[in-house]
Design a protein. Structure first.
Lengths: 320, 273
């Protein structure tokens, strides 16, 4: 591939693994860090924390609502709790508790959803979260993060621990292509421009960020200069970077492993409607998926670089 | 505030709290008098006799905590906290009015001395367990008390929490069920029967007591037994009367969410004089 970007995108750690390991590091640094899990420690990777700090890991069994509420109680008594399960469970079964016990009183609880999106693969739709970002963004006081790789996940988890207030972090099951070098600096609510471009902007989050980088290479081969923005913070959204992109490139594509009607795309459209209206195309999910390998599903459900390229061409064609 | 263990003092305070509940809900023209009146003796005994708390230092980390999980009984909690000195007594009648610190359900944004914002039923026991686990990690003597409504424990999360509390031996938690036998739509036994209630809590691994929830010495004895019970949490099932203390309100489910009109307020206050 004629790469115009510097990114090799070699497979790195899964973002859930980066979460689990960072959590154990934080546990060593701060005795107030405690963890709740719902019979998935080996999957969410809170097992790293559990091994070192068994007294500070609260195994709640398969009872997510209770786990979220116990986490809220721990936070109200001065602890910094991280509660974790698959995004599909913690955000849906725990939603009412997140609304009333966490968002409304602005309680210092951190929620980490793992196995997000369809890239959990073989387990199928009951385990796949496609609406977790929508649910998290619907809660006032919540900061919502969706890191793309190991390095940005480590930052996200550390930022959440240091921030006073509720946070949702979305992580995934498969190994994620490495985008950032160790020590990369991030700022909450600030998009990262990974690739400079002038014709169209590819706005992406999570696993789709690497696909956006690949898509910018493919577009470059067609003579199209595509900017790539990594939106690691879904809320608060970097409206300034989006408005600038709309002004400078005139067309955008939003790509996410989430329902197109309620995730990043909807938020970007809302932001641009009140700043710099521009044509936007959306790459995301529109229906329940099925079993398959993560790679197969990303292909079949249209979450790959070629899908972004096609959307990019459409957006370009709509430019005045 | 002056703490007291004297049942006569606590009974007099209970009468005063009931007068506030009637005035407040009468002035608000909406709210939940019945389930507030049933909980009076338990809250008064907790706040004046049992809880280690300090209205002058509400965020004292080692304090005991109380969560009103049945948040709709906010009037009794507000009246008790005001009489303890946490909040102004003279503003109690602003209950439920725009801008009032006495919101429809307890809201820590308005009263930071509250332990929790409650109102969505079924959540307070889990919250109490979280606070108690934090106290255990900190080796703090702090105990957490939580009042549950009887109708409230129809919520499944209560039983998730009950399983967790006993399995993890969270013996610094005490749940008190305000078992007034009525809920909004009628008698608990006709809506979704809880019996055999004590057997359920025992089967879930809780040290379980049944008392008359208006008998102050019985409440004192039960809470002392709860504090002395190690290795398991305690559930006190307090048999109470909805609307207790006002003859025309007692045992009538209408007073779950209906407030007295000015004539009824006058009548009730006369009974509570």
């Amino acid at each position: 591939m004629p790469a115009n970007t510097k990114y090799e995108l070699k497979l790195g750690a899964a973002t859930r693994e980066a979460f689990g390991k960072t959590l154990a590091e934080l546990g060593r640094e701060n005795p107030n860090i405690v963890v709740g899990d719902a019979d998935l420690t080996k999957s969410t990777m809170t097992t790293f924390f559990a091994k070192e700090f068994p007294d500070r890991l609260f195994e709640c069994g398969i009872a997510e609502a209770n786990m979220v509420a116990i986490g809220a109680g721990l936070a109200m008594a001065g602890k910094i709790p991280f509660v974790s399960s698959f995004s599909a469970f913690v955000m849906t079964k725990g939603f009412e508790q997140l609304r009333c016990l966490v968002a409304y009183p602005n309680v210092n609880l951190k929620v980490v959803g793992t196995h997000s999106g369809i890239s959990i693969g073989e387990d199928g739709p009951s385990q796949m979260s496609m609406e977790d970002l929508a649910l998290a963004c619907a809660l006032p006081n919540f900061t919502v993060l969706c890191p793309a790789d190991e390095v940005s996940t480590k930052w996200a988890v550390r930022w959440a621990a240091a921030h006073h207030g509720p946070v949702f972090i979305r992580t995934g099951r498969p190994q994620a292509p490495a985008i950032y070098e160790a020590g990369a600096q991030f700022e909450i609510g600030k998009a990262v421009e990974l690739v400079a471009g002038t014709d169209v902007t590819l706005v992406a989050t999570g696993l789709l960020t690497a696909e956006a980088i690949k898509a910018s290479d493919l577009l470059a081969a067609e003579g199209v200069s595509a900017r790539v923005l990594d939106i690691h913070t879904i809320k608060p959204l970097d409206e300034e970077a989006l408005a600038r992109a709309a002004r400078e490139t005139g067309a955008l594509v939003v790509a996410e492993e989430h329902l197109v009607d309620s995730g990043l795309g909807a938020r970007v459209a809302q932001a641009l409607a009140r700043t710099v209206p521009a044509p936007v195309e959306f790459v995301g999910l529109t229906k329940f998926a099925e079993s398959g390998s993560p790679d197969q599903l990303l292909d079949v459900y249209g979450l790959r670089a070629p899908n972004l390229v096609e959307a990019g061409r459409k957006a370009l064609a709509r430019k005045k | 505030m002056r703490k007291t263990s004297n049942p006569l003092d606590l009974a007099a305070l209970s009468r005063q709290i009931r007068r506030h509940i009637i005035s407040m809900t009468g002035a608000a023209k909406s709210g939940h008098p019945g389930g507030s009146l049933s909980a009076v003796e338990v809250l008064v005994t907790l706040y004046w006799d049992v809880l280690r708390h300090d209205p002058a230092n509400p965020k004292w980390p080692q304090r005991d905590r109380f969560i009103l999980s049945k948040g709709h009984a906010a009037p009794v909690l507000y009246a008790v906290m005001a009489e303890c000195g946490y909040t102004p007594v003279e503003e109690l009648n602003s209950l439920r009015k725009l801008g009032s610190i006495y919101q429809g359900h307890p809201d820590i944004r308005y009263i930071p001395a509250l332990e929790a914002s409650t109102g969505s039923l079924g959540e307070g026991l889990s919250l109490a367990l979280g606070m108690a686990l934090a106290a255990r990690l900190d080796e703090s003597p702090s105990r957490t008390y939580v009042m549950l409504g009887d109708g409230e424990i129809q919520e499944g999360q209560i039983w998730e929490a009950a399983m967790f509390g006993a399995f993890n031996k969270v013996d610094n938690v005490c749940a008190i069920v305000d078992y007034n036998k009525l809920q909004l739509d009628g008698a608990v036994k006709d809506i979704l029967e809880l019996e055999p209630l004590a057997a359920k809590w025992r089967a879930f691994g809780w040290h379980t007591l049944e008392i008359d929830g208006h008998d102050i010495p019985a409440i004192q004895a039960a809470l002392a037994e709860a504090a002395a019970t190690k290795g398991k949490p305690t559930c006190v099932i307090a048999h109470t009367i909805k609307g207790k203390g006002v003859s025309f309100m007692e045992g009538d489910p209408r007073w779950h969410g209906v407030t007295p009109n000015p004539q009824e307020v006058e009548l009730a206050l006369k009974e509570l004089a």
